[in-house]
Design a binder for this molecule. Sequence first.
Ligand SMILES: Nc1ncnc2c1ncn2[C@@H]1O[C@H](COP(=O)(O)OP(=O)(O)OP(=O)(O)O)[C@@H](O)[C@H]1O
Ligand SMILES: [Mg+2]
Length: 796
Amino acid sequence: MSDSSSPKNSSKENGSTPKTNPENVHQETVFPASLPVLPLSDLVVFPFMVAPLLITSKASTQLIDEVVANNRLLALVLQKNPETEDPNVKDLHTHGCIARVLKMLKFPDESVRVLVQGLKRVKLTGLESHEPFIRARIEPMEDRVEQNIEVEALTRNASKVFQQIISLSPNLPDELKVALFNMEDPSKLTDLIATNLNLPLADKQKFLETTDVKERLKNLASFLQKELDVLQLGSEIQNRVSSALSKNQREYFLREQLRQIQKELGDGEGSGGDVKELRERIEKAGLPEEAHKTAIKELDRLGAIPMASAEYSVSRTYLDWIIGMPWSVSTEDNLDISRARKILDADHYGLQKVKERILEHLAILKLKRDKKGPILCFVGPPGVGKTSLGKSIARALGRKFVRISLGGVRDEAEIRGHRRTYIGALPGRIIQGLRKSESNNPVFMLDEIDKVGSDFRGDPSSALLEVLDPAQNTTFSDHYLELPFDLSHVLFITTANWLDTVPPALRDRMEVIELPGYTEQEKLRIGAKYLVPRQREEHGLTPRQVRIPGATLKRLISQYTREAGVRNLEREVASLYRKAGRRIVEGKASQLTLKPGDLDSYLGPRKFFADSAERISEPGIAIGLAWTPAGGEILFIEAALVKGKGNLILTGSLGEVMQESAQAAFSYVKSHARSLKIDVEMFEKHDVHIHIPAGAAPKDGPSAGVTLAVVLASLFTGRKVRPYMAMTGEISLRGKVLPVGGVKEKTLAAARSGIKMILLPEKNKRDLEEVPAEIRRKLKFTPITTVSEALKLALS
Ligand SMILES: Nc1ncnc2c1ncn2[C@@H]1O[C@H](COP(=O)(O)OP(=O)(O)OP(=O)(O)O)[C@@H](O)[C@H]1O
Ligand SMILES: [Mg+2]
């Protein structure tokens, strides 16, 4: 670093020689005794530092001009107050830095930019001139460096810490590390660090004024440590913030990216409109809070799925289901009781008990609006009007009607739906039915609840339990919907042909109402008042065109149908109208009255014969009464003797219980052989064969016990059973007669078949109260308590 000193300046050379510093030999330079002083407002320049300066004031520009024209040397000194304009010597610090102007650039706006390099610390010792710029006497200052372990340790530490600071700081270039690495001179090192460290101006100035390098190192150490701490803390915060951000917003960013990609690909274009429309529908649907939340969440998800993907339609379908459910839609009940009665009567003949029950419920609803619907169970043989009564009830209440058939349902999912993870999953039939009904309080008929099966796919009746239990069904949960739906306003009606196959837990929750079947008289009235007019209308005929008088209906009932209900009767009536209608259309007649005798030509020969008596022509035949899901039935029981060793042979699809009844009856007869005057040897030389015709239909139950005993006694005694007599009753080994079920249905069947007298257990006498008076008049009932009584009455 040599100096091209101008003659002017060389005359004022500063004679002070720097202290010998072997490492600073190259710095030993001779400076003039005085130099122009450039005040700096916001910068401390250290030796070896290169800095650009912007000069705007006139005085400073002149100064630069002169400096550049001479030896290019000047003193840079910090102002005490950066605000001071045109400062004089008193406004400046006393210490500064000698510098050389490396480059100068003039700009058209008269400002000047210079690049200066610091050379040496300097002290201003006195003012030389004031105008046009400050010129002062100077005294260059030498650094004092001790060579010892402490200084070395301080130096290394400073270097190390500053390296770390460079790594952490975004503002310091990495090249600084290289410079630092090659810097062994502690004096230069401190200046380099001080230059680059972010320090207050006052501190920097103090560094400039300190010539003791060890002190500078000590001062630096604390500044460096503080700076490092700040930077480390900062980066920690930075890390924490960015990890929190990534957690929360990763998904957002991904979605956003996905959206953009879809946009690029032209996918998902239309979903915007879809989503908007769905959102409107959600807001309008009156969803309960939980459903609303789920719907909105699903909608957000939908928005991010491409429209063409399968998942889109899955999600969309789910939303449709949520929106489509009648969460808060209910129909207004019509609580006019006399109107309801009229409607019920208009649709169905008789069935007083059921009608009363419905009207009672209506009345209670009038008193207490939020009364939960009862769960009614209509039990009875086919065709007695269970299903159609349900419809009629809905009409009377002014509610919607839904019917689902449970016949053959084996899978729990049919009731409760499939989980949405299955492709093509749908809600169960309950939810489907409700959506179809578009109200949350329909009359909901669960038809044929006795035909629900259960297998490995789970037990549907357990799901039904939840549906039908008032304690649970306020929050019925479908696997598909996964939202609780309140079923408590639904009026559930179940139907069954018989209750035996309905699980007891389910039976417990329902109010059972029996529809036992109709007597001949009732059928006649139903036929004349309901079926005939209805079918006539359905075939588009007027009463004048085709007339079906009562006598014809009567023959139709007794000779063309044999059933507890009226379904076949209705079918036969329909068939009559069809055929008569055809004759009218063909022009063969314009008015027809169908007489009883015409039935053969319309429907073929009679299908049923009532006289059961004809078949009891010899000993060993008796008539029992059975109760089946199709209503009551009469049962012929026949026995025959074949050569053998006293075995009992049973045929005709008898169930286990009935077989045991036969064994008991056989034992009874054997043990009473003497009093019955039977030759005991007959038992040893013969087998007894008991057969019950209609062999394909399974028969079971204990109620044939009395009949079996009578048949066997008749067979062995050779005495015929009285004609027109039927019997029912379970027996004990000791010969007692025990009560049986289904008396009403059995008596109806007996009456249909022309029976005149019935032997029935004494304990079943009270069941006769429920038998229609018309039947009681027609039939003679004889109560029995023991088998021997039965034998006395039955055998001629
Ligand atoms: N008391 C009645 N008055 C008028 N019509 C009746 C009466 N009982 C039954 N019906 C008519 O008989 C037909 C058969 O009735 P429905 O289908 O309701 O029988 P169901 O008891 O449900 O039989 P299933 O057990 O086989 O389902 C219907 O058209 C119904 O209107
Ligand atoms: Mg039905």
